[in-house]
Design a protein around this ligand. Structure first.
Ligand code: MD3
Ligand code: FE
Length: 237
């Protein structure tokens, strides 16, 4: 397999972006996430066929799949409780790497044991395709496969190792992708082996600063009728 990622507009691979100590701190924080929001095995819409990957989420929204379909929801499907918060170091990473004005709303946590894989698919359950998507790999190396926007486009495989960060924006945001397999024994990060992938996602389109200002002004005018306010304006994002 090639060690170089294919050049696709909007694809940014940051190999080893997270140092070992940061990876360890993140794993400790993810243990707390999993304690509050246990890993679950999603099933395919309609067929009910189980995924080989287990999942959980943190953030205001989480991605789930069951017989009814794929969707984002605010609560864990088994406990019914809200998802735990996204760890601060991931929010900081999002700001540093993406520079996107709004924070991520969902952090999907995928756990791959030996033999787990994820078929070629597109991520299109989000409303905001203009926002980038940020992936963090931890533990054993995964053989990642990336194609194009059309399912029939050629694909290439490249490794994603522990500490690698991948950003997808622009044209690559709707590319087909999947995980062919996990390479066992390639990392000592997770005591039981396996691979964790985190994807930080913006789900809803952020209210623009201009709209936010209008909403604020409308609120103030309701509270204080008669008061005149200057509209500062703002750029649509
Ligand atoms: C390229 N996860 O959760 S992350 C997923 O490693 C998913 O667990 C894989 O695909 C994993 O949906 C890949 C990297 C990734 C995520 C989204 C993409 C690559 C992408 C969207 C478009 C193109
Ligand atoms: Fe995906």
């Amino acid at each position: 397999m090639s060690k170089l990622p294919p050049s696709l507009p909007g694809l940014t691979l940051l190999p080893g972006r997270l140092a070992r100590a940061e990876q360890e701190a993140l794993v400790a924080e993810l243990r707390e996430v999993v304690a509050a929001a246990p890993l679950f095995t999603p099933v395919m819409p309609r067929t009910g066929k189980p995924f080989s990957v287990c999942m959980t989420n943190c953030g205001p929204l989480g991605w789930v799949s069951d017989r009814a379909g794929y969707r984002y929801q605010a609560t864990h499907p088994a406990t019914g409780r809200p998802w735990p918060a996204i760890p601060a170091r991931l929010l900081a990473l999002w700001d540093e790497v993406t520079g996107y004005a709004a924070p991520p709303e969902a952090c999907l946590v995928n756990f791959y044991g030996e033999g787990a894989k994820m078929g070629l698919h597109q991520d299109r359950d989000e409303e905001d395709f203009a926002a980038p998507l940020l992936s963090v790999s931890l533990g054993d190396t995964g053989r990642f496969r990336l194609g194009g926007v059309e399912r029939s486009d050629p694909t290439r495989a490249f490794p994603l190792a522990s500490g690698d960060v991948l950003m997808l924006s622009g044209a690559s945001r709707l590319a087909h992708h999947g995980i062919d397999r996990i390479l066992p024994g390639t990392s000592t990060l997770l005591s039981g082996g396996g691979r964790i992938n985190l994807t930080l996602r913006r789900v809803t389109t952020p209210v623009s600063q201009h709209e936010a200002a209008q909403n604020r002004d409308a609120g103030e005018q309701q509270r204080q009728p008669g008061r005149q306010r200057h509209h500062p304006g703002g750029l649509h994002q």
